[in-house]
Design a binder for this molecule. Structure first.
Ligand SMILES: [Zn+2]
Length: 111
């Protein structure tokens, strides 16, 4: 994925020990271990949160997809669906692995 974005003229940026790319508009972010992807002009909160997922990846290893990535992705799409129907949603970080990612990002990112 990073390779495709590089070929497409996207600049890789550094965030702590991670490399990230900014791509697309208004969708949030996604983490793949040492790399993450966020929307263009992503807030400090989004970047810090995705950075936190990098540390979950280090801690959980091969269990990461099962424990965090897949549940988070399903929840992300479910929330978009509920929002489109006009439902109000609980805070994003209320889901355990999302709140944990934000905490880890805040703990380990030394701007
Ligand atoms: Zn997340």
């Amino acid at each position: 994925m990073s390779f495709v974005l590089l070929m497409d003229g996207n600049k890789p940026r550094k965030y702590g020990y991670s490399i990230y790319f900014e791509v697309g508009e208004n969708w949030g972010g996604v983490n793949f271990g040492g790399f993450f992807f966020v929307q263009k002009n992503a807030s400090a909160h989004i970047k810090c949160h995705e950075y936190g997922h990098s540390f979950q990846n280090l801690i959980l290893g091969i269990f990461m997809p099962l424990v965090v990535t897949i549940p988070s992705a399903l929840r992300y799409h479910y929330r978009n669906y509920k929002r489109a129907q006009g439902h109000s949603l609980p805070p994003y970080d209320q889901f355990w692995c999302e709140g944990w990612a934000t905490k880890l990002g805040n703990k380990y990112y030394k701007g």
